[in-house]
Design a protein. Structure first.
Length: 427
C-alpha cells in the first residue's frame, strides 16, 4: 500500500503520484476485462429475460389461430401451467394486464400479437357501456369482449363475475385501469400511425373526465366505478397511482393533437399527485379516504413511489421516494408491495428495475434483474411472488404465474417507459 502521508515532501510527492498513476493504469487494464465481462453478463441476462418473456406472451396469442382479437388469461395455476383452479380466475383477462402486454409486445417487436390484444381493448373501449376491469379470456367474437364467467359445478349453472361476490371487482371500472388501456392504445397509435387507436384512447379519456373528475380537496380524479352484485356505485376515494396514470395519459393524448383540452386535464391530475407528496417523509401518500380529501397515510404502496418517477418532467425531489422504499419495502433481492415486507413482489421489483435504469442507476437495476429472472415459471410467465404468499393492499399476492409481472419484466429488461412513446424521454 502506498503511504500517502509521504506526499508532504515535494520530491516524495512526485514519486508517490507517479507510483499511484502507474498503479491505477495497471488496475484499469486488469479490471477492464472484468467490467466488460460483468456488463456482457448483465446484458445477456436482460436479453434472455426479454426473449423468454416476449415468447411466453406472444405464443399465447399465436396459439389462437387467425387474426381475431384476443385477450390473454392473466394467471396460470399455482403449478406453473394451465388455468388456475379458482373459478373467478380460470378465464379472467384483467384489462390492466392485457394493456401492459400490448406495450411489452410492441417493445418486443411482436406487433401483430400486440395489435390482436389491442383490438380487443379497442372494441371494449368503443362498444361497451364502460370499460370493465376484467373480461373473459380468449377470442372476441362479437363487437366487444364478453364479461368473465365460469361454470359452478355445485350450483350447476353459469356464473357471471358481476353476479358473484368473489368476482365482483372484475365488473368495476377503475380509473387507473382505464388509463392503462388508453396508454396501450396510444402506444399502438405511435407504432402504426393509425388514428383508430388514438380515437379509442380519446374515448376512454373522455369517460374518465365525465365520470371521475373531482373538485374535492386537491381535485384530481376519483377511483371510478365499483360494482358489487349488479349494483354499480361511485368510488369516491382517490388513488395517487390512478392520478399518475391519468397524468401520463392526458399528456400523451395532448401531444397527439387529439381534440380536447388534455393539457388542462393533465394539470388537474398532476396537481393532485403533487398534493400527495409528503416532503417531511419524502414519499407519496397512497391517496385519500372516501371523503376525497383526507390523506390515506397507511399503508404505503410501492408502485405509487415508483411510477411517479416515470412521468415526463417528474420533480427531482420525488426521487427521495426511492430512499423511502429502500427502507420500507426492501426485501432480499427486491421489493415487496407494502411497507410490511413479507416477500418479493416480482412485478414491483421489475418496476423498480425500470425506474433505476431510467434514473441512471444501472448497477441497482442489474441486481434486481437477477432476482426477477429467477421467477420464470414452467409455462413461461413469471411468478407474481417468490414466496408462497405476500401481503398486498387489502388482499394478497400468491406464487402464481402472472401476465402483468411478465410484461413488466420485459419493460424493465428493454428499458421501455410505458408512459411515453417508444424511444422518448420527454415530449
Amino acid at each position: 500500500m502506498i503511504d500517502l502521508a509521504a506526499a508532504r515532501h515535494d520530491s516524495t510527492r512526485r514519486n508517490g503520484w507517479i507510483a499511484i498513476a502507474a498503479g491505477l493504469v495497471f488496475i484499469a487494464f486488469a479490471v477492464l476485462p472484468l467490467c466488460a465481462k460483468a456488463a456482457a453478463s448483465t446484458n445477456t441476462l436482460a436479453a434472455t429475460l426479454a426473449r423468454t418473456s416476449c415468447h411466453a406472451m406472444a405464443s399465447r396469442v399465436d396459439a389462437i389461430p387467425g387474426n381475431t382479437p384476443v385477450l390473454l388469461r392473466s394467471y396460470d395455476s399455482l403449478r406453473g401451467r394451465g388455468a388456475p383452479d379458482l373459478p373467478p380466475l380460470h378465464t379472467a383477462a384483467f384489462t390492466y394486464d392485457n394493456a401492459l402486454a400490448v406495450i411489452a409486445l410492441l417493445a418486443c417487436g411482436k406487433h401483430a400479437e400486440a395489435e390482436r390484444i389491442g383490438e380487443a381493448l379497442r372494441l371494449a373501449a368503443m362498444n361497451d357501456t364502460r370499460l370493465r376491469d376484467a373480461y373473459r379470456a380468449g377470442v372476441v367474437k362479437g363487437d366487444r369482449p364478453l364479461p368473465n364467467g365460469w361454470w359452478d359445478p355445485a350450483l350447476k349453472h353459469w356464473v357471471d363475475a358481476a353476479r358473484d361476490y368473489s368476482g365482483a371487482y372484475q365488473d368495476g371500472t377503475s380509473s387507473g385501469n382505464v388509463a392503462w388501456a388508453a396508454l396501450a392504445l396510444l402506444a399502438l397509435h405511435d407504432t402504426t400511425g393509425e388514428t383508430r387507436w388514438r380515437d379509442a384512447a380519446r374515448q376512454l379519456a373522455e369517460w374518465v373526465v365525465v365520470n371521475a373528475r373531482d373538485t374535492r380537496g386537491a381535485g384530481g380524479f376519483d377511483g371510478g366505478i365499483e360494482a358489487y352484485l349488479l349494483v354499480p356505485r361511485k368510488a369516491s376515494w382517490k388513488s395517487t397511482e390512478h392520478n399518475i396514470d391519468l397524468t401520463a395519459l392526458f399528456e400523451w393524448l395532448a401531444h397527439t393533437g387529439a381534440p380536447g383540452d388534455w393539457n388542462a386535464q393533465a394539470a388537474h391530475a398532476r396537481d393532485f399527485v403533487n398534493a400527495q407528496w409528503d416532503a417531511g417523509s419524502g414519499h407519496f401518500w397512497m391517496g385519500t379516504t372516501a371523503d376525497g380529501a383526507t390523506p390515506l397515510r397507511t399503508p404505503s404502496a410501492l408502485d405509487v413511489q415508483l411510477w411517479a418517477q416515470l412521468l415526463p418532467d417528474a420533480a427531482q425531489t420525488w426521487q427521495r421516494a426511492l430512499g423511502w422504499i429502500e427502507h420500507a419495502n426492501a426485501v432480499q433481492g427486491g421489493f415487496d408491495f407494502t411497507d410490511v415486507p413479507d416477500g418479493l413482489w416480482t412485478e414491483g421489483t421489475a418496476q423498480a428495475a425500470l425506474v433505476y435504469r431510467w434514473l441512471g442507476r444501472d448497477a441497482d437495476a442489474d441486481k434486481l434483474l437477477v432476482s426477477i429472472a429467477k421467477q420464470v415459471s414452467p409455462g413461461g410467465f413469471l411468478y407474481a411472488t417468490r414466496e408462497p404468499r405476500i401481503t398486498a393492499v387489502y388482499s394478497y399476492y400468491y406464487r402464481q404465474p402472472h401476465l402483468g409481472a411478465t410484461a413488466w419484466a420485459v419493460l424493465a429488461a428493454l428499458d421501455r417507459n410505458p408512459y411515453l412513446p417508444a424511444g422518448r424521454r420527454h415530449y
